[in-house]
Design a protein around this ligand. Sequence first.
Ligand code: HEM
Length: 152
Amino acid sequence: MAPTNDTAARPSGHQQLLRAIVRWVLIVHAALLVVQPFIAGTMLDGRSAGAQAWHLNIGMALPAIGFLQIVVTLLAWRLARWPQGAFTGSIAVWLLELAQFFIGYLGLPLAIHIPLGLLLIVAGVGMAYYYSYRAVPDAQEPASTPAEARPN
Ligand code: HEM
């Protein structure tokens, strides 16, 4: 019987664990982003004394989890054949989140803070959907021989 490549293609236990961690980080990150405008609305309504503190605390947690996402997507890309796009996208989202934090913290115009917040929600939820809800195709490994590179 001809040897198959199935074992090589199937992710190992460690790779599956890493992929599961990436999925959960993406989902928690997206959920925290989605919560922010609701808290901001409560803050503007002036009905909850704690709303501003929650918006600030989640605002600090977001760049932290964004950085964690960079680390785990980097590890997953290098060690678990996860697509590189998740890593590059995470860097972009993290940089925007840092900007968003300082725009809010320094009281810079809401005309920038709110649209950027919405953009971040679209990016965060989009990444969580694309890379964790859908089945993620394995990153292509370079074929070692021309025969392997030929499509079936
Ligand atoms: C669509 C999403 C968001 C909306 C609508 C929103 C809205 C607001 C509003 C209305 C304020 C009060 C500004 C003022 O009083 O002058 C604020 C402050 C702030 N926002 Fe956001 N925000 C959003 C997302 C975010 C995100 C994603 C972060 C962090 C990455 C963030 C971090 C902050 C910070 C640090 C403050 C200052 C809080 C303080 O000084 O106590 N916001 N935001």
